[in-house]
Ligand binder design. Structure first.
Ligand SMILES: N[C@@H](CCC(=O)N[C@@H](CS)C(=O)NCC(=O)O)C(=O)O
Length: 306
């Protein structure tokens, strides 16, 4: 078959042809320039971030002596913080009457977690280690008047809350609820946070699996966690606070976690456990809140997310 000249469309004049030609031109003439521009942009962003980081540190180091700067994740709509660990630390600072200020600009610190603090220019991570260090630094020990047996129980409950219950609660928040309620409870959700949610969920699911709790069915986990909550409820009984009539360090950890359940876990089985099945836990949370957080509502204002 003879093809008429007019039917032959030169490759270069088709859309695909133009793209291919453009790419060839770029490969021959432009790739070095493009690489240089990308490198320069990357370098400029890195320098800008480095300078901003240095300036923040200068600002935090210049804070008044013995005032703790707490770096944490942002506030929630119904709790001053959505992280049980940040809430624990803030509650402790209030109990110990240690002056502090919050910072939400850089939530992840030397251990890659939230919270962390700057005190007199020194940085430190992990809420429990921070509480121990602050206790020594400021000469505060709220367990001093407890018997050895009570001290043992306080330590055991503290570990149960921070190293066991916390995993169960995390599983509900990130896997069972897929982080949806948490996003709703944040006042402002930066686009980047939404974008990275699936990645974070996968990362947390992996850590839950490695820890072990992520290998159980949801029903099994609910049962395991209920046993913890029941144990705390039985031990608390009619006492105002976990170890008796006075607040101590373990109450901060317990409050930090249970407050999340009270206000940020609507519709979870844990909400029913705390509010209905073991109501002394709910009353306990309200009691601690009343004692240490008289300004709770003011602390919810102007939520700020990093
Ligand atoms: N043991 C730590 C746990 C802190 C923690 O798990 N923080 C969470 C926020 S609630 C976090 O930073 N997660 C990010 C991550 O681990 O990558 C503490 O007591 O401070």
């Amino acid at each position: 078959m003879v093809v008429e000249d007019s039917e032959v469309v030169p490759f270069g004049s088709t859309m695909l042809g133009s793209v291919v030609e453009g790419c060839c031109w770029w490969w021959q003439n432009g790739r070095v320039t493009t690489a240089a521009v990308v490198l320069l942009a990357f370098g400029a962003v890195s320098v800008k971030r480095y300078v901003a980081r240095k300036n923040r540190r200068k600002r935090w180091a210049a804070v008044e002596k013995d005032v703790v700067v707490v770096h944490g994740l942002g506030k929630g709509r119904r709790t001053p913080n959505l992280s049980p660990f940040v809430l624990t630390l803030e509650t402790y600072l209030r109990l110990a009457k240690i002056p502090y200020q919050m910072d939400y600009e850089e939530p992840f610190g030397p251990k890659g977690q939230s919270p962390w603090i700057t005190l007199n220019g020194q940085e430190m991570g992990d809420s429990q280690l921070i509480i121990q260090m602050l206790g020594r630094h400021f000469g505060k020990d709220f367990t001093a008047s407890l018997t050895k047996e009570q001290k043992g129980a306080a330590r055991a409950f503290n570990m149960m809350v921070t190293e066991h219950l916390a995993w169960g609660f995390r599983l509900w928040r990130w896997v069972e609820n897929k982080g949806r309620l948490m996003l709703q409870e944040m006042d402002r959700v930066p686009f980047i946070v939404r974008l990275l949610m699936p990645l974070k969920r996968r990362q947390i699911s992996k850590s839950l699996y490695l820890q072990g709790i992520g290998r159980h069915s949801a029903e099994e986990v609910h049962d395991i966690i209920e046993r913890d909550l029941a144990a705390i409820s039985f031990y608390l009984g009619d006492k105002p606070f976990l170890m008796g009539s006075d607040l101590c360090e373990v109450d901060c950890a317990l409050f930090g976690s249970l407050a999340q359940i009270m206000w940020n876990y609507s519709g979870s089985p844990y909400e029913t456990m705390v509010k209905v099945k073991y109501p002394n836990l709910k009353e306990y949370v309200l009691r601690v809140k009343e004692r240490l957080w008289p300004d709770w509502d003011q602390c919810l204002k102007r939520p700020k997310m990093s």
